[in-house]
Design a protein around this ligand. Structure first.
Ligand code: ATP
Ligand code: MG
Length: 331
C-alpha cells in the first residue's frame, strides 16, 4: 500500500486514547477497511521523519497474534498509523458490554498475548510496554491480537513529552524507575487478566461504598479520567474534605493533570501485596497460579513470556477447544 490521507474515507470513530484517536476508514483505491490511528505529535519535522522510519519495523512484524500494519504517513501536525481493523474492538470494550469474561476465554487471551510478546521479543527484540485490555483486540473470526507496542523510541519519547503520563498497569519496578524489561509486560498481563475475569479493574475495592469514591477521579491524563476506587483511611477522608474545600475556593490540587489518587494507586502497587484472581475456588487453581506468577513483585522472580508459555494453565488453554468464533458472535 502506498498510503495517502486523500485515499482514506472516514467511516466511524472507534475510540480515543491518550495519544490520539482511532478511526475506521476505507482505503478507497483498494476497498480495504483499516483502522487509522492519528497521533498528535509536537515535534520537529526531523523527529517526525525519524518516527516514521522507526515505524517501518512494523512491516516486518508478521504474526497471527500481532495486528498487521499497512503503513504510516505524516499528515501535519499528526502521524497516521494504518493497521488491521478488528471488528469486535478491544477487550475493555467487550467486558464492559458483556460483563466478566469466561475464564476459558481469558486463558486463550493469555496464550495469545504471551505468543505475541514472545514473537516481538525473540524476533525483533521489541518490548511491548503497554499491555492492557484496550490494546488487546478481537475480531469476528475469534482471533485475539495485540496492538500499540513500542516500536519507535522516538515516538515513545514524543508522547512522553506531550503527556504527563503513565498507566496503572505499570509494574512495581517501573513505578520505582527501573528499566522496562519484557517482564514488566508480564505484570501488565497479570493485571489485565484479572480485570477481564472479574469485569473490573483489580485495584478497585468493592468493600468501600460509592459515596467515598465520588471524588476519586484519578488519572494522569486530563483528557480521560478513570475512576480509581481505593479504600480510604479516616485520615484520607479528612484530607479529601480539606481538598474539597480548597477546590471550592478555586484552588486546585491538580498539577499537570495529576490528582492525588493516582499517586495513592502507584504507592499501593509498590507497597501492598499484588492482587490475585479471587475469590478462592471460583477459578481453576492453574489460572490462579498463573496470575500469581505474573504478579510476583520482584522482577527477578517473575518469569518471561516465553517461559510462561510452558505453564500448565497455558498448555491447557492451548489444547482447549473452546470456540472463540462462536463466543465473538454473542456480542
Ligand atoms: P491509550 O491511549 O492509553 O493507549 P487506548 O488504547 O484506549 O488508550 P487508542 O490506542 O487510541 O487508546 O485506541 C482507542 C480505541 O480504539 C481502543 O480502545 C480500541 O477500542 C479502538 N481500536 C484501536 N485500534 C483498533 C483496531 N486496529 N481495530 C479496531 N479498534 C481499534
Ligand atoms: Mg491503544
Amino acid at each position: 500500500y502506498d498510503l495517502r490521507n486523500e485515499d482514506l474515507r472516514d467511516m466511524q470513530e472507534l475510540g480515543q486514547g491518550n495519544g490520539g484517536s482511532v478511526k475506521k476508514v476505507e482505503h478507497v483505491p483498494t476497498g480495504t477497511i483499516m483502522a487509522k490511528k492519528i497521533v498528535l505529535i509536537d515535534a520537529k519535522p526531523s523527529v517526525r521523519k525519524q518516527i516514521l522510519r522507526e515505524l517501518q519495523i512494523m512491516h516486518d512484524c508478521n504474526s497471527v497474534y500481532i495486528i498487521s500494519f499497512y503503513g504510516a504517513f505524516i499528515s501535519d501536525p499528526n502521524i497516521c498509523i494504518c493497521m488491521e481493523f478488528m471488528d469486535k474492538g478491544s477487550l475493555d470494550g467487550i467486558y464492559k458490554k458483556i460483563g466478566p469474561i469466561d475464564i476459558e476465554v481469558v486463558g486463550k487471551v493469555a496464550l495469545a498475548v504471551l505468543e505475541g510478546l514472545t514473537y516481538l521479543y525473540d524476533v525483533h527484540r521489541i518490548i511491548h510496554r503497554d499491555i492492557k485490555p484496550s490494546n488487546i483486540l478481537c475480531n469476528s473470526q475469534g482471533q485475539i491480537k495485540i496492538c500499540d507496542f513500542g516500536v519507535s523510541g522516538e515516538l515513545i519519547n514524543s508522547i512522553a513529552d506531550t503527556f504527563v503520563g503513565t498507566s496503572t498497569y505499570m509494574s512495581p519496578e517501573r513505578i520505582q524507575g527501573a528499566q522496562y524489561t519484557v517482564k514488566s509486560d508480564v505484570w501488565s498481563l497479570g493485571i489485565s487478566l484479572i480485570e477481564l475475569a472479574l469485569g473490573r479493574f483489580p485495584f478497585a475495592d468493592s468493600s468501600s461504598d460509592d459515596s467515598d469514591l465520588s471524588d476519586l477521579e484519578g488519572t494522569l491524563s486530563p483528557s480521560r479520567p478513570a475512576p480509581i476506587p481505593l479504600r480510604k483511611t479516616q485520615e484520607e477522608k479528612e484530607r479529601d474534605k480539606r481538598k474539597k474545600k480548597r477546590k471550592s475556593r478555586g484552588v486546585s490540587l491538580q498539577g499537570g493533570g495529576m490528582t492525588m489518587s493516582i499517586l495513592e494507586l502507584l504507592q499501593h502497587i509498590v507497597n501492598e501485596p499484588a492482587p490475585r484472581l479471587t475469590p478462592e475456588n471460583r477459578f481453576p487453581k492453574e489460572a490462579e497460579d498463573f496470575v500469581d506468577s505474573c504478579l510476583l513483585k520482584d522482577p527477578e522472580q517473575r518469569r518471561t513470556p516465553k517461559n510462561l508459555l510452558k505453564h500448565p494453565w497455558i498448555e491447557h488453554s492451548r489444547s482447549s477447544t473452546i470456540d472463540l468464533e462462536a463466543w465473538a458472535s454473542t456480542f
